[in-house]
Design a protein around this ligand. Sequence first.
Ligand code: CA
Length: 149
Amino acid sequence: MAGSAPTPRLRTTVAAEDYLEKIEQLISRKGYARVVDIAAELKISQASVTAMVQKLDGEGFVKYEKYRGMVLTSTGLEVARRIAHRHQLLTDFLGVIGVGDEKIIYDDVEGMEHHISPETFRAIEALTRYLEKNPGVMTKVSAAAKSAK
Ligand code: CA
């Protein structure tokens, strides 16, 4: 990357983001992430996982060594943490506005976490924090959502 240009927004696909998120979860949980573990958790073949991990290595998101597993680069970690933060916040948000079904919340969040703009995310984050600090308002919002069914 040349000179003093501003850092470009990281361009990542949905699949790449899900891989980085999963690698980070595995490393946090077990201390390492292996192709076999990622394949099991994402329900994808080991050959596909290997190809994707090699691609992510080529793009600078992970460092992959065939027999030693992989680590996230600082850029990879940044993407993984951004997605994990979005996942948690959007889960909280759907909960506080009265979406009661955990499966619906999970499935919606899995899509939203990749597609939401930073601007909209910040607005939802601010609203979620506000609702959490104002349980009276939260109760009314959640009741309105439930009665709209
Ligand atoms: Ca995800």
